[in-house]
Design a binder for this molecule. Structure first.
Ligand code: BEZ
Length: 326
């Protein structure tokens, strides 16, 4: 672990002890996204409401931009109780709960509004209930990021253009397989390293979303925005099981309800901000925006489905629920 990160962890641990001594509890919450990201804003809003509703008993300090480590490291910290909470990508959770991979089926939903219905539906909610047993953390609820697309440093008019290209992916198997089936070289990389890797040519393109392209300025390093909306990208609100066990039942209820409310607020947020961010990117005139549908990917979504339905049969239930939404 980097020395700077170790210092941050020691400093927040000391802060928690001081607050406990004063009878209040500071909950430390880690995120991989930057401070300006909608997930961080939702976490901060949750903290303010919690402080107010608990009359100051609980406060939340957010540590964005991977200050406490990457998501795999934050997951370990949650398990040991060194970290209280995280707003974590469902992508990271799939590394321990493979069934959650089904949420990343290509073209399962086509908007944050549809994601809201599916993620609050029976199959996705049942998966949340498994988390204490399977990862040692309580899952409060889901939100989403903007829909997935690609920002490429090469002209992209068809799936063939992706062959042999080094595509940055979030490190988890469902998306790795998707790009491999497209003939690209899937290159796993945490969000915090993406801008520099695009800038120095380590990757040719990135699997990302409108918010990352705009707020993390990826548009400065690519020339084609392939607006495909090919997957949703859920976030899960987690609390360390060890911390949870020490809380009185009424406090648990308050924290869970407040976290769920602010995670769920992200569905409406993205329904609004996706359009604004697309316009901002278009106004820069730095990238060509190519609007595409599933046809760009040929038979790859079907092939992906054939592989993953065997690995995680609950995909069939999610497909049924999704079909009922459309
Ligand atoms: C990503 O790895 O692409 C990602 C991580 C967190 C939020 C959104 C995207």
């Amino acid at each position: 672990m980097q020395f700077k990160k170790l210092l941050t962890i020691l400093a927040v641990a000391a802060g928690a002890t001081l607050s406990a001594a004063a009878g209040a509890k500071e909950l430390r919450l880690g995120l991989i996204v930057p401070a300006t990201h909608e997930w961080t804003k939702a976490a901060n809003a949750m903290g303010e409401e919690l402080k107010q509703k608990s009359n100051g008993k609980y406060s939340v300090s957010t540590f964005p931009a991977g200050q406490l480590g990457n998501e795999a490291q934050m997951m370990q910290q949650l398990q040991t109780g060194a970290l209280d909470m995280a707003f974590m990508t469902a992508a990271e959770v799939t590394n321990r709960v493979p069934d959650m991979s089904a949420l990343f089926a290509p073209f399962l939903v086509n908007s944050p509004q549809q994601a809201e219905v599916l993620l609050n539906g029976p199959t996705a909610q049942k998966m949340l209930q498994r988390l204490p047993r399977e990862i040692g953390a309580v899952g409060f609820g889901y939100g989403v990021a903007a829909m997935r697309l690609m920002l490429n440093a090469f002209p992209t008019n068809s799936g063939v253009d992706l062959k042999g290209r080094k595509m940055r992916i979030t490190p988890f198997p469902p998306v790795r397989d998707f790009y491999q089936l497209l003939g690209a070289a899937s290159t796993p990389m945490p969000l915090t390293d993406v801008y520099d890797s695009l800038a120095n040519g380590q990757v040719d393109g990135v699997d990302a979303d409108l918010e990352l392209v705009w707020r993390m300025k990826f548009y400065e390093r690519g020339n084609t925005l392939v607006h495909s909306n090919h997957m949703m990208f859920p976030v899960v609100g987690l609390m360390s099981g060890r911390v949870w066990q020490q809380l009185p039942p009424a406090d648990r209820e308050l924290i869970a309800a407040t976290a769920r409310k602010h995670l769920n607020s992200l569905f409406a947020t993205y329904a609004t901000v996706e359009g604004e961010m697309l316009k901002n990117i278009e106004d820069t005139k730095k990238v060509k925006v190519v609007k595409v549908g599933p046809e760009l990917f040929g038979d790859v979504p079907q092939k992906w489905e054939e592989i993953w339905i065997k690995r995680t049969p609950i995909l069939a239930d999610l497909r049924k629920e999704a079909a009922a939404i459309k």
